[in-house]
Design a protein around this ligand. Structure first.
Ligand SMILES: Nc1ncnc2c1ncn2[C@@H]1O[C@H](COP(=O)(O)OP(=O)(O)O)[C@@H](O)[C@H]1O
Ligand SMILES: [Mg+2]
Length: 249
């Protein structure tokens, strides 16, 4: 395990919720080491999106601590979190369909002044996501759902984040597009961006991730190497749909 300060992102003992309603996160701890995909799984309403909102500064935690590479960023807002290296791809679809792919991607560069840096990042995301290069001048609305998700990924990488926060990237996609999206998650990691991945598709996410965390009642209930979680029969029954060994017909 990495020593303190060696994690890219640490959320420690986070308590957070909305207004006067009961807390959603009740002492949650999640850590993202370098060069890793960490997935957070749990049922609908468990608080997965809330974790990402806390990490990207959209929601200020009531207590707990957030650090990026050991630096305390606990009370920073969304723009400062982005500068600190946390880029958030929201749940659902956030491409602007009436704008071109290039316009959508370049929106992700709005905090960057240096034109050469922007050009370099454009080359980088075009290499990582070939469909972005191929459809660069097309209207984003003309792309399939899976392709639009890649446009969102490309946009999120324009700022060279340390960690990209992906909220249910496979939502609403067919199996083929889902497979591509998970491949792209691995490519992002291999290209140097760690990923904190939230998924309802727990089995598929754990097959992709290096580490997994199971969220239950506002805390991380079980965590460890993703293959260990996949092999855990109890977890299979409770969280992964069917048992691991009895797939049926
Ligand atoms: N903007 C909001 N205002 C009030 N309650 C919210 C808001 N967003 C989410 N919640 C509540 O917080 C809980 C966790 O939601 P969420 O983090 O979206 O779960 P998940 O992503 O795991 O499905 C749910 O009970 C949900 O109703
Ligand atoms: Mg959610």
């Amino acid at each position: 395990m990495a020593a303190e300060g060696e994690y890219l992102l640490e959320l420690t003992d986070i308590e957070a919720g909305y207004g006067r309603a009961a807390l959603v996160l009740r002492g949650l701890t999640v850590r993202v080491p370098p060069a890793s995909v960490v997935c957070l799984v749990g049922p609908n309403g468990a608080g997965k999106s809330t974790v990402l909102k806390v990490a990207s500064g959209m929601l200020t935690p009531r207590s707990g601590r957030i650090t990026v590479c050991g630096r305390d960023v606990t009370r920073l807002g969304p723009q400062q979190m982005l500068r600190a290296g946390l880029s958030h791809v929201l749940q659902g679809h956030s491409v602007f369909k009436e704008m071109t792919v290039s316009e959508n991607v370049l929106l992700g560069a709005y905090t960057i002044r240096d034109r050469a840096e922007i050009a370099e990042r454009v080359d980088f995301v075009k290499t990582l996501f070939p469909v972005v290069a191929e459809r660069w001048g097309a209207l984003a609305g003309a792309l399939s759902g899976g392709q639009q998700k890649q446009v969102e990924f490309a946009r999120s990488l324009m700022v060279s984040p340390r960690v990209v926060l992906l909220d249910e990237p496979s939502m609403g996609l067919d199996p083929k597009a889902t497979a591509t999206v998970f491949e792209q998650v691995v490519r992002m990691r291999d290209a140097g961006t760690a990923v904190l991945l939230v998924e309802q598709n727990a089995r598929r996410a754990l097959e992709t991730a290096d580490l997994g965390c199971v969220l239950d009642l506002g805390r991380v209930h079980i965590s460890g190497p993703a293959p260990d979680l996949l092999a855990d029969p109890k977890l299979g029954e409770l969280y992964l749909g069917s048992g691991t060994s009895t797939a049926g017909s």
